[in-house]
Write a protein that binds this ligand. Structure first.
Ligand SMILES: Cc1cc2nc3c(=O)[nH]c(=O)nc-3n(C[C@H](O)[C@H](O)[C@H](O)COP(=O)(O)O)c2cc1C
Length: 453
């Protein structure tokens, strides 16, 4: 079946599908929904344990146009009331800041999927099918990226959502072969996905092996993909969302322009720096001087954003609480550069628990962070100057990096084989240019890849 789908010329499949489907008011097209939502261009990715209500609200305050929930498991969601309440509480999708919202499910069973969708469809704007989860649990449960070899099942799931009149999307990863990736995306769209999010990485690119996303694949898909539906003007342009390789505010426009996509979605970029989207078109985000002028918006101070996030967490905790696990994980990410230097404060935070009880201990700890920052700046004003500058050492014609004070949110670069990712751009690029060799290298590696995204 895969052979049949993959070898069919894309245009032929699309034409057939176009005849089958035209827009209707009860089942609006992807473009109609996108326009109705005011063309949300800056999106927050679905993030397990991280794109919970409180963080989504924080991101909305920081310029994000639309957010996804974490992946929810349709098998559990359909049948387990407790799971539903824990993962989609009364404020999810109902809080004034929580729209537009996309709810994401993983599934391999159309009945469970549709039942789950029924529960949330009036509290969100779109429902997404996860086709990208690379974790071992997705392999054993046969969902996420492990459906990439089971196109008939994907067709069934997407078609089922579409036929049920749902505003449905899906988020995919790429194959090593560019045309197979396009055929795969086209199959999803033909099955009825109204938007398609394309994460420009292969399933194997996870954890330490994440590396770069290949935006050439995303661009190719956006250029060639054909929408399933006709609107009054003819075949409408398919809504495609680009995912990957955004670490600084300027990357948003760069990616939009390069790929031609309708929107971008950010995962780790936003987790480490929720300020990534917090600028307007009048701001200059392409130079160090420009960024320096708006640094409080685009690289917020870690103590300020922590206070803000904490207040949001407390304000929603009775109805749609964040788990302690996700709260702590956010704090470690937001404060990553600070914690690297100020180990004693990191160690104080580690064992804290009763944080959600408006804990004085936690509030005092945040005050200590502020005092520590002031103290460092006072002691060594040159070294800890509050200024954004160009990182000359790692910046090349192809890629730009900035020096950001350690007390401001900023991108995190994983350390691979003892080298930080911002110092091994050429290696990551080589890996992308020869994906088969990269996959072979991964297979022969003795060290196991951590079970991660
Ligand atoms: C902590 C974490 C959790 C994630 N959870 C999900 C998820 O629930 N669903 C999903 O489709 N992708 C998930 N992803 C993948 C992201 O949505 C995104 O595709 C990936 O991080 C690449 O985007 P980035 O380069 O901007 O980080 C997760 C990634 C991370 C780092």
């Amino acid at each position: 079946m895969i052979e049949k789908v993959t070898t069919k010329p894309v245009a032929e499949i699309a034409t057939k599908a176009t005849i089958a489907a035209t827009a209707s008011s009860t089942n609006p097209t992807g473009r109609t929904i996108f326009n109705k939502l005011n063309k949300p261009r800056k999106m927050l990715c679905p993030l397990v344990d991280h794109s919970e209500l409180a963080f989504r609200i924080l991101m909305k305050k920081y310029g994000c146009d639309l957010a996804y929930t974490p992946m929810l498991n349709a098998k559990m969601f359909a049948k387990d009331h407790k799971y539903r309440v824990r993962n989609f509480g009364p404020l999810d999708g109902k809080h004034e800041m929580d729209r537009p919202l996309v709810v994401q499910f993983c599934s391999n069973d159309i009945d469970e999927l549709i039942k789950s969708c029924e529960y949330v469809k009036d509290s969100c704007d779109m429902i997404d099918l996860n086709l990208g989860c690379p974790q071992n649990i997705a392999r054993s449960g046969h969902y996420g990226s492990f459906l990439m070899e089971d196109w008939p099942l994907i067709e069934k799931l997407i078609d089922g959502m579409h036929t049920a009149g749902l505003n449905n999307t899906c988020k995919i990863r790429i194959f090593s072969d560019i045309d197979k990736s396009l055929d795969y995306a086209q199959m999803c769209v033909n099955a009825g996905a109204k938007w398609i999010g394309v994460h420009g990485r292969m399933r194997e690119q996870r954890g330490q092996a994440t590396g770069l996303a290949d935006l050439d694949y995303v661009k190719y898909i956006k250029e060639k993909i054909v929408s399933k539906v006709k609107d009054s003007e003819g075949i409408e342009e398919q809504v495609v969302i680009s995912n990957g390789n955004m670490i600084y505010p300027e990357d948003i426009n760069k990616v939009l322009e390069y790929t031609g996509c309708d929107a971008v979605m950010s995962g780790e970029g936003a987790l480490y720096n929720p300020g990534i989207y917090n600028y307007t078109e009048d701001d200059d985000v392409t130079t160090a001087e420009g960024l320096d002028k708006i640094k409080n918006k685009v690289f917020p101070r870690v103590d300020f954003i922590l206070k803000e996030y904490y207040e949001i967490v407390l304000s929603v905790k009775d109805q749609s609480p964040a788990s302690m696990k996700s709260f702590k994980s956010h704090v470690f990410k937001l404060l990553r550069p600070f914690f690297e230097k100020e180990l004693d404060l990191r160690n104080e935070f580690g064992p804290m628990n009763k944080i959600f009880d408006e804990s004085e201990e936690f509030k005092q700890w945040i005050d200590k962070i502020t005092k520590r920052i002031d103290q460092r700046i006072e002691e060594e004003p040159e070294m800890f100057k509050d200024e954004i500058t160009l990182d000359d050492k790692n910046t090349t014609d192809e890629v730009k990096y900035y020096n950001i004070p350690f007390y401001r949110c900023q991108p995190y670069f994983r350390v691979i084989d003892g080298v930080k990712n911002n110092e091994r751009f050429d290696i990551m690029k080589e890996e992308m240019d020869d994906k088969e060799a990269f996959l072979q290298k991964l297979k022969s590696k003795k060290q196991k890849i951590k079970d991660d995204y």
